[in-house]
Design a protein around this ligand. Structure first.
Ligand code: GRF
Length: 204
């Protein structure tokens, strides 16, 4: 049997990036992988319900009042129990501990709604809009120990139009996020790349 990369999805909210990935797997556009488990630090995350409706294993691990390392350990245990190969942060609004990052070296991906290194952190679309950039976009990157910082796998751009407000810009970026994440996952699954310093280099 062909090797299937097992994805562990972490989310905190609506889960539209998770759903785009799930749709692309279902349609065959994103091949050679399957979603092993969906985890959230918020029990009321709409993305968890969406996962259950699709028959996927979906688990909430509330972080309330717990130390980050202890909460992360529980998540790592669940990911390992489900034989997860690749961790996909899809709107997971919680910083990962060093132990988590070291448990999955170059095996954790994040999506950020700006063209990094511009506008890391919260409200990236609002930051870009307020700054007056003419081109915005999204970035999928490996997670390292600095926020929104690891090696860039994929970026997609969108124009900022004179008629935009922040919601219209955020919507246009989100459409590209839904394409970018599956592209990046496919690249990583292929294994057909090397990393030199900060650079992701596809192999010929
Ligand atoms: C996206 O904009 C993503 O870039 C950011 O959080 C948001 C999550 O949206 N990290 P969704 O939950 O995937 O709809």
């Amino acid at each position: 049997m062909e090797f299937m990369t097992r994805l562990g999805i972490l989310l905190s909210g609506r889960g539209s990036n998770f759903l785009a990935i799930a749709d692309n797997i279902a349609s065959g556009q994103l091949a050679d992988c399957e979603i092993a488990v969906v985890l959230s630090n918020k029990a009321d995350a709409p993305g968890l319900d969406a996962a259950r409706r699709r028959g996927l294993k979906a688990i909430a691990i509330e972080a309330n009042g717990r130390k980050r390392a202890e909460h992360d350990e529980e998540i790592i245990d669940i990911l390992r129990a489900h034989h997860v190969d690749l961790v996909i942060l899809a709107g997971y609004m919680r910083l990962l501990s060093r132990g988590f990052i070291q448990a999955f070296p170059l095996r954790i991906l994040n999506i950020h709604p700006s063209l990094l290194p511009a506008f890391p952190g919260l409200d990236a679309q609002q930051q870009a809009f307020n700054y007056g950039v003419h081109v915005a976009g999204c970035t999928v990157h490996f997670v390292d120990e600095q926020l929104d910082h690891g090696v860039i796998i994929t970026q997609r751009t969108v124009p900022v139009l004179p008629t935009d407000d922040e919601p219209t810009l955020a919507h246009r970026i989100l459409e590209q996020e839904h394409i970018a994440y599956s592209e990046a996952i496919a690249k990583v699954i292929s294994g057909n790349y090397e990393i030199q310093g900060r650079r992701y280099i596809p192999k010929k």
